[in-house]
Design a protein around this ligand. Sequence first.
Ligand code: 13P
Ligand code: ZN
Length: 269
Amino acid sequence: MKSILDNRPMLAKEIGRVAEVAGYLWQKGWAERNGGNIVVNITDLVDDEIAAMPAISEVKPIGTTLPHLNGCYFYCKGTNKRMRDLARWPMENGSVIRILDDCASYVIIADEPVMPTSELPAHLSMHNYLLGKGSSYKASLHTHPIELIAMSHHKPFLKKDVLTNLLWSMIPETKAFCPRGLGIIPYALPGSIGLAEATIAELKDYDVTMWEKHGVTAVGEDIMDAFDQVDVLSKSAQIYINAKSMGFEPDGMSQEQMKEMTVAFNLPK
Ligand code: 13P
Ligand code: ZN
């Protein structure tokens, strides 16, 4: 079967990275059934031939208007598709969409009319925000990491930057590789515009956000970068939980040690 990836090594490499990360999500136990989604802005990799490709779906509303996305192209995981399947067959479990001139609707252009993820409003809102501020970030991820979600069931952890500081203090690398920390978003209906709006409000200060009792989102230069940030936070969560299950409250790095890290690694906060 013909694919948009044929004879396009750059695009194939990008989608290959998405497939690789989808495999990691499954291996980590963060992707039960169809859990989680990935959207990547591939506009820079679009050639004249792709730009001329006809729609293979009807026009579909995004549910919100996103002015910075006019004429953009995205690879999106399909709704109800499994990460473990996407890891092997990315173009059968996801599709490429084109945002139309009204900035409020899209069509699918390749390879098959696989309906994009139900979290499309949140993902596209994040990309709209990133483009609006001139960011070079191209990828957004939503996933269901067990330990981080468990922590979001505890009210005291949901106060601003409580989890950020706790997770940063478990192992030095977490602050170095997730330097903006973890924003908290109160529970909202999956796939809703309310959830999308709350998510972009937090992106101002954070690259990774926690959707209370549901999962996390992350944005990054590419999908590997987004994944890595969740991975280091998740590692810290596991260290915390391991210490607690051994029967003690972990000391965490001291404020002084954290400060030393911040200066040595030239971190923003
Ligand atoms: P989709 O299958 O629609 O991508 O939904 C998965 C999910 O995690 C919703 O929050
Ligand atoms: Zn989810």
